[in-house]
Design a protein around this ligand. Structure first.
Ligand SMILES: C[S@@+](CC[C@H](N)C(=O)[O-])C[C@H]1O[C@@H](n2cnc3c(N)ncnc32)[C@H](O)[C@@H]1O
Length: 204
């Protein structure tokens, strides 16, 4: 089953109900973006992160995702943002959409200031190769921010079981376990919880 082809038509509505926008807002505030920076939103899906970006900053955002269905929703969101429809216009924003997986990024070495992976890493195959690719495309001093669910909570166990049944990898890690993986890819890391079950791990 192509999980995200099925999910794409209802994704934004479903995530609105769960309050996903609030956690994305926290993620964006945590990053402390500066004008002129390039942000790669890996596994960016329908582009919900775009709605939470600061409007007073000139940013270039590259959304990379393998799902055509999710990217087609993101395309509509970008057009709406450019036209001032939907959540409003964002004149300083330049957004590119790229169909690819994290383990083969069609991006130049040392070209990205920040990488975000929001509620997405647990869907990825080849996490080791993906971390190596992120390391390659990040500029010196650039940072990776992963927002994920702690596997120890009842909520995450439920999501993991449901996604596992749908054939998704459901790779949920405790922050220390994910931290050890990012250290293997030559990053140092820190993390903080933003809800009882969601943490942001930052690697640099
Ligand atoms: C739950 S959605 C999250 C979307 C978005 N980050 C958000 O916060 O709304 C997970 C996304 O990860 C994408 N994905 C799955 N495997 C991937 C991979 N190997 N590399 C990059 N993205 C992937 C899926 O296509 C999907 O759009």
């Amino acid at each position: 089953m192509d999980f995200f082809k099925v999910v794409a038509p209802v994704y934004d509505t479903a995530m609105k109900i769960t309050g996903h926008n609030k956690t994305l807002k926290e993620l964006v505030e945590h990053i402390e973006l500066e004008s002129g920076q390039r942000l790669l939103d890996l596994g960016g899906g329908t582009g919900q992160l775009l709605d939470e970006l600061p409007w007073d900053k000139e940013l270039e955002v590259i959304i990379v995702d393998p799902s055509q269905a999710m990217l087609s929703k993101a395309r509509k969101r970008v057009v709406d943002l450019e036209n001032g429809a939907g959540t409003g216009s964002n004149p300083g924003l330049k957004a590119d959409l790229v169909e690819a997986t994290g383990d083969a990024l069609p991006l130049e070495d040392n070209s990205i200031d920040h990488v975000t992976i929001a509620d997405a890493l647990h869907h990825f195959n080849n996490i080791e190769e993906t971390l190596a690719e992120i390391r390659r495309v990040l500029k010196p001093g650039g940072r990776l921010h992963i927002m994920e669910f702690d596997p120890g909570t009842f909520f995450t166990k439920f999501i993991a079981a449901a996604e596992g049944l749908a054939g998704e990898p459901a790779n949920f890690y405790k922050p220390e376990v994910l931290g050890a993986m990012v250290e293997e890819a030559d990053f140092s890391y820190s993390y903080k919880y933003i809800t009882g079950s969601i943490y942001i791990l930052t690697a640099e």
